[in-house]
Design a protein around this ligand. Structure first.
Ligand SMILES: N[C@@H](CCC(=O)N[C@@H](CS)C(=O)NCC(=O)O)C(=O)O
Length: 334
């Protein structure tokens, strides 16, 4: 894996030494927005208009951040409007690739072999990490946005006029709650597993594992009372937690050494995970083969021989008990 510096590829692992053994995630850099009419985004970001067939989503099926956008695309009925290409699960010295012999869909749109080419097509002098997901604008021939949190919000709204889909995963009156849960979940769970797994100092690893399990314990308590993270309505907060939970026992527990408990050991979290997995359309976005092969085969510093474990057997289609709590599904816009 590596990064681009002034448009040139450098094969480099994360530099934890410079941060005392800590993995520090770089912020996404391409943050333009898509809106119904091309007006600016919610914080004044430059906007582009929503049009059928204009945008294309580049993802890895292994990546929890990209997975958020795939679920939103499905729930919001965007499949006919926004195409998808997925990388090979392996992210090695050349970064993400579109090698079909390794399990990628290939890239019929731009015909690139390497994901980094989409970044240098966007900016020949691009400097930064080359990440998925990335939303591509076919008209301007560039990446519009490479931040999954933004793409979740864009998909929630921008294309409603074209699809007629009124589902609202970020309802105005729940935003304060959603933002607060998201902040905790991002820091300690979504990114927390990486901070533990990529730590190169014992004390740093221990600090992040403890913070991760303290957060999971808090979530377990919350989900004893509430069907979903923001209460009776399923929101983006649930999608954002789900993509980490569904990888947890299969990958983070072993590969990232997040092994104080499994999700399976938490009654509420495990039932909640199964409810979300069984939500119409969601299971089809989960590819545990890509997930396990990606982590165990790509991170040679952690697992040098690239052996992929045989288990665990997750059986996410087992019944769940969440119907005991009041739930109203996904809100419709008024
Ligand atoms: N902030 C980004 C993070 C995306 C991200 O880190 N994706 C990982 C895959 S799970 C990646 O592409 N990493 C490549 C790298 O860091 O070089 C988002 O949420 O969209």
């Amino acid at each position: 894996m590596g990064l681009l510096i002034d448009g040139q590829w450098h094969d480099q692992w994360y530099d934890t030494e410079k941060h005392g053994g800590e993995f520090v995630r770089e912020s996404a850099k391409l943050r333009d927005w898509v809106t119904a009419d091309g007006a600016p985004g919610p914080d004044g970001q430059p906007g582009r208009p929503a049009e059928a067939g204009r945008y294309h989503l580049y993802v890895s099926l292994a990546c929890p951040w990209a997975h958020r956008t795939l679920i939103m695309r499905r729930l919001k009925g965007l499949e006919g409007l926004i195409g998808v290409s997925h990388t090979s699960p392996l992210m090695l010295d050349q970064g993400w690739t579109y090698h079909q012999d390794e399990g990628s869909s290939g890239d019929p749109l731009n015909g690139v072999d390497y994901h980094r080419e989409l970044y240098t097509l966007t900016d020949p002098h691009y400097t930064g990490r080359v990440t998925v997901p990335a939303l591509w604008d076919r008209q301007d021939g560039r990446i519009v946005n490479n931040e999954s949190a933004d793409l979740v919000r864009i998909f929630n709204t921008a294309f409603d006029g074209l699809t007629g889909n009124r589902l609202d995963l970020y309802p105005a009156d729940l935003r304060e709650t959603i933002d607060a849960v998201n902040a905790d979940v991002y820091d300690h769970v979504n990114n927390g597993v990486y901070k533990a797994g990529f730590a190169t100092e014992q004390a740093v690893y221990e600090k992040h594992v403890e913070a991760l399990f303290a957060a999971l314990d808090r979530l377990e308590t919350r989900l004893a009372e509430w069907r979903y993270l923001a209460g009776e309505w399923l929101t983006e907060a649930d999608i954002r937690l789900f993509t980490t939970l569904v990888r947890f026992d299969a990958v983070y527990h072993g590969h990232f050494k997040c092994n104080l408990r499994r999700i399976e050991d938490y009654p509420n979290l495990s039932n909640y995970l199964r409810e979300l997995y069984q939500w119409p359309g969601v299971a089809e976005t989960v590819n545990l083969d890509h997930i396990q092969r990606h982590y165990y085969m790509s991170h040679k510093t952690i697992n040098p021989n690239g052996i992929v474990p045989a288990g665990p057997l997750l059986r996410l289609d087992r019944p769940h008990d969440r119907k005991r709590l009041p739930g109203r599904g996904i809100r419709e816009k008024g």
